[in-house]
Design a protein around this ligand. Structure first.
Ligand code: CMC
Length: 429
């Protein structure tokens, strides 16, 4: 394997080191490029840019492989649950029994949000999007816990265990509160005796004075959804978290920015967009065939399909598609949208347009159907993604914060605007 890359610019040859990753990925280290040559690289959309070295998550998009800290997603999905996987992502190792107990206890301790925060919800209109509330309130936590927001990496790392638990636990509570507020329902406080996913379901759906017992298949499905979203290397929101963190911003501010980046329909907002798309197809009495033609002619986009990195089946989509069948069957739910989704997938996987572009279902294609089945309202879908992604954001924030030679993230640009102009007074324009 090459140890260096040679680049010839204006007849002059320059040598740059090659970095090889743990799984054999190769990168040309161009950090000295501009200083040595006066040139920068141009890579809009960052499709060929390695922005960091990370040991959290590995993806091989060509082969459809995803591993958290070296563990295949398929194995974690089968044998682990969200809290254990969150620990793995955040701390790098699977927890021992005692470590898991301690971590869960910390999450429980941090589950409630300051009671003053309830007043914030009163200020939002009932139709507010929960992603806006979630981002705003995650950042607002820094006002209540200034000791978690020194905006100094060294100091913030000293409180890392507490802030990480607060972020992971409170994101779920704020999410549930935003739903209750939108429904005009009283807030339900977290319970100490419930596990992470069940506590979320309790805060979402418990009726006052009633005892809530989530069906085991619902808890299992929710755990699976969260676990499958727990990290995904340098995606748009995680890169945003790292970008913000690189300015020495605290973890809560950084993840609040990640929530904003996740909201868009090309990223986490896709799970909502998929259901809207399937509902529209259903309302028109189409089985998906007309819609596929509209996608091929460029009028529409098949949401839940395609990925920047996967040029093969997204392994999360395979797991979630299987879970979709089981969950709907065990809950006795018949959803016509599942039939449309299956038909769209079948047609797309055989169609030249999708085959030649290597477009396969991604995690969002089936996740909305499961969430509908377990009673999560559609405008909370992206919020569920945000709760799930929190461990990945936390781990990536930590990597940036603990980098011994970390520098602020600051890309360059190729300026294409007007060159020097002379100011003309307003009455002469
Ligand atoms: N439907 C139809 N055509 C598509 C789609 C799609 N979903 N995705 C990509 N294409 C076409 C695109 O038009 C382009 O065609 P052409 O070469 O003729 O111009 C080609 O495939 C390459 O696409 P691209 O836009 O260069 O791909 P990208 O890597 O920039 O975008 C993506 C990746 C995920 C934003 C895109 O595939 C997409 O918009 N998918 C739908 C939204 C979606 O499901 N997003 C969730 C992603 S998974 C969850 C997450 O991690 O965020």
């Amino acid at each position: 394997m090459a140890k260096e890359a040679r680049i010839i610019i204006e007849e002059k040859e320059y040598k740059f080191p090659v970095i090889t990753g743990a799984e054999g990925e190769k990168a040309i280290d161009t950090r000295a490029l501009r200083a040595e040559t006066g040139y920068i690289t141009y890579d809009e959309g960052y499709g060929n840019t390695g922005s960091c070295q990370s040991d959290v998550t590995f993806i091989d998009g060509e082969k459809g492989i995803l591993r958290y800290r070296g563990y295949p997603i398929e194995e974690l999905a089968e044998k682990s649950d969200f809290v254990e996987t969150a620990y793995l992502i955040i701390y790098g190792e699977l927890p021992t029994e005692a470590q898991l107990k301690g971590f869960s206890a910390r999450l429980t301790r941090h589950a409630a949000v300051p009671v003053n925060m309830e007043h914030f919800f009163e200020g939002y209109p009932a139709h507010s999007h929960p992603m806006a509330i979630l981002s705003g309130l995650m950042n607002s936590l820094t006002c209540f816990y200034p000791e978690y927001a020194a905006n100094n990496h060294k100091e913030d790392l000293q409180n890392f265990d507490e802030v990480a638990a607060a972020a992971l636990s409170k994101v779920r509570t704020i999410a549930a509160m935003s739903y209750r507020m939108s429904q005009g329902l009283p807030y339900i406080y977290p319970r100490r005796d419930l596990a992470y996913a069940d506590n979320f379901l309790h805060m979402m759906f418990t009726e006052p004075y009633a005892k809530f017992v989530p069906p085991p298949e619902v808890s299992k499905a929710l755990n699976l959804i969260l676990l499958l979203h727990a990290d995904h290397e340098q995606n748009c929101s995680t890169s945003t978290v790292r970008m913000v963190a690189s300015s020495e911003a605290n973890m809560l501010a950084s993840v609040a920015a990640g929530i904003c980046a996740l909201w868009g329909p090309l990223h986490g907002g896709a799970n909502m967009a998929v259901i809207k798309m399937l509902e529209a197809i259903h309302a028109e009495g189409d089985d998906g065939s007309t819609f596929i033609n509209e996608v091929k002619s460029g009028e529409k986009r098949l949401m839940g399909f395609g990925h920047r990195v996967y040029k093969n089946y997204d392994p999360r989509a395979k797991i979630i598609a299987r879970a979709c069948e089981t969950v709907l069957e065990s809950l006795g739910v018949e959803d016509p949208l599942l039939d449309i989704a299956r038909h769209l997938e079948k047609v797309a996987l055989e169609d030249e347009y999708f085959v030649s572009r290597k477009l396969y279902p991604n995690v969002d294609f089936y996740s909305g159907i499961i969430m509908r089945a377990i009673g999560i309202p559609m405008n909370m879908f992206t919020v569920m993604f945000a709760i799930g992604r929190m461990p990945g954001w936390i781990a990536n924030w930590k990597e940036v914060a603990s980098h011994p030679n970390g520098r602020i993230y600051r890309p360059r640009q190729v300026y294409v605007g007007e060159t020097t102009r002379t100011f003309v007074p307003r009455d002469k324009r």
